[in-house]
Design a protein around this ligand. Structure first.
Ligand SMILES: [Zn+2]
Length: 252
């Protein structure tokens, strides 16, 4: 394109190659302080309507009954305190009750918190004590709205908002798997003990004794016997492709 400085194109000819090492390096930088200054928590990932639409899970056989007028008319469970699906209305029949089919996953991971002081709030069931917090954890799983976090002090929290942090290091069709460096939960609210969050096993005394660990010796504790993985740990857009490879792909 000609202009007054000669035959110069406004279009640059150089498209920068993404620097893939940046993703792994940034994930490591994000994860390291969590292992240094964080604490253990138990993360309960529930099934949701997206998983149901993708054919990954079934309706809860206990609280969602299509012959029941409440479920049929309102598309809601006939009772809220369901100890199979913990209120999500979905249940993986192949995992069954023994395999905790109401959970997509239950993981123990380090995380950092900054809760507000407790405050009283009047809700339909009466006055409850609640609080809010943000939570940051490591990048090998993604929580969604409605999932639970079981804190070492015995409180239980529900994810109200989640965010994906990404880093763009070159020209590419970036998505949250290629460019993701971590996930953040900027708003989680403390659940009252009367809610289904407290139906998810293990019981609070066990959670507290498991997670309130001594830091001697100074290496990570193996919680694998407490973990349940019934579905992809990073899902939604990727739920159909990530089922057998739940860890985020590195450098592609
Ligand atoms: Zn149920």
């Amino acid at each position: 394109m000609a202009n007054n400085i000669g035959n110069v194109s406004a279009q640059p000819y150089y498209l920068k190659t993404p620097e893939f090492f940046m993703i792994a390096q940034e994930r490591q930088r994000h994860d390291e302080p969590i292992y240094q200054y964080g604490e253990y928590a138990m993360f309960v990932l529930l099934w949701n309507a997206i998983d149901y639409a993708n054919g990954l899970v079934q309706r809860c056989p206990q609280c969602y009954n299509t012959n029941d007028a409440v479920s049929r008319v309102y598309n809601q469970p006939s009772y809220a305190m369901c100890d199979l699906c913990y209120g999500s209305m979905f249940f993986l029949e192949s995992a069954g009750v023994g395999g905790l089919g109401g959970m997509k996953a239950r993981l123990v991971r380090p995380c950092m918190w900054n809760p507000t002081d407790e405050y009283q709030k009047l809700v339909a069931t009466g006055e409850i004590i609640t609080a809010t917090t943000s939570v940051q954890s490591v990048s090998d799983f993604r929580m969604r709205t409605g999932d639970f976090i079981l804190k070492a002090d015995g409180t239980r929290w529900r994810v109200a908002r989640h965010e994906t942090d990404s880093i763009i290091s070159g020209f590419q069709a970036a998505n949250d798997i290629r460019a993701m460096t971590g996930y953040n939960y900027p708003l989680c609210t403390r659940e009252d003990e009367s809610t289904p969050a407290f139906l998810a096993p293990p019981d609070t005394a066990t959670v507290m004794s498991l997670l309130d660990t001594s830091i001697i010796p100074n290496w990570p504790v193996d919680f694998s016997s407490w973990e349940v993985v019934n579905g992809g740990l990073i899902s939604d857009d990727y739920s159909n492709t990530q089922q057998n490879n739940p860890a985020p792909a590195e450098g592609n």
